[in-house]
Design a binder for this molecule. Structure first.
Ligand code: SF4
Ligand code: SF4
Length: 199
């Protein structure tokens, strides 16, 4: 499970649009979570300073003692996560895997009604690395492609605006173009952590 703390509006849309009933209750995301944004040490420090997100995360997740221990708990999930992180040049030594202390042997959540928001919102965005066979895998992939297409269109529009700019000296038109440029840049920037500059 990848937890992204900052909720961009597209992430809120992602959660709102997410279809019900895709979860197969396999428990894999509860058994093998990671945090791409913060190390365990950072999370502990944040929690100590009162950060609510870190407190919520550490309230349920405890780190595996080693990569090998995580691999023995869920080899396929660990392998998939490491492969995807490797594509983003994140080293396996840098990754801490966590398991939830509230997951029961039958893969049910023992605090389901009171589970924290990071669980309710899982997967939180289209780039959350879901375990193999997770019910959200295909849908998340489709959403990724949808967002990529939006960014590509935005880039095309940006190029068209550059041509328009060359053809006019009208201050009002230039101001409007500048405003649209800003919107386009914001759209591209929203996805920058997922590689939008290369789409
Ligand atoms: S891995 Fe996916 S299908 Fe399995 S419990 Fe988590 S969200 Fe549900
Ligand atoms: S609290 Fe429940 S839903 Fe959340 S990770 Fe733990 S077992 Fe899974």
């Amino acid at each position: 499970m990848i937890i992204i703390i900052a909720m961009e509006s597209y992430e809120e849309n992602f959660i709102n649009e997410r279809p019900d009933g895709l979860c197969k209750m396999c428990g894999k995301c509860c058994r093998t979570a990671i945090n791409r944004k913060y190390t365990y040490k950072e999370l502990r420090l944040m929690a100590f300073k009162g950060n609510e997100y870190a407190k919520e995360f550490l309230k349920i997740f405890i780190p595996y003692k080693s990569l090998e221990e995580a691999q023995s708990a869920a080899p396929d999930v660990v392998e998939k996560i490491l492969e995807e992180l490797n594509e983003n040049e994140i080293l396996r030594e840098e990754v801490t895997f966590y398991k939830c202390k509230y997951l029961l042997d039958n893969n049910m959540c023992s605090i389901y009604e009171e589970r924290p928001s990071i669980c309710v919102h899982y997967p939180q965005n289209a780039w959350t690395i879901t375990p193999p066979g997770c019910g959200y895998e295909t849908w998340s992939y489709m959403k990724q492609e949808e967002y990529k297409e939006k960014v590509r269109k935005a880039k095309e529009e940006y190029l068209e605006l550059q041509l328009m700019k060359r053809k006019t000296k009208d201050e009002i038109v230039l101001k409007k173009i500048s405003s649209v440029e800003n919107k386009i840049n914001n759209t591209i920037h929203k996805f920058s952590e997922y590689g939008s500059s290369n789409w």
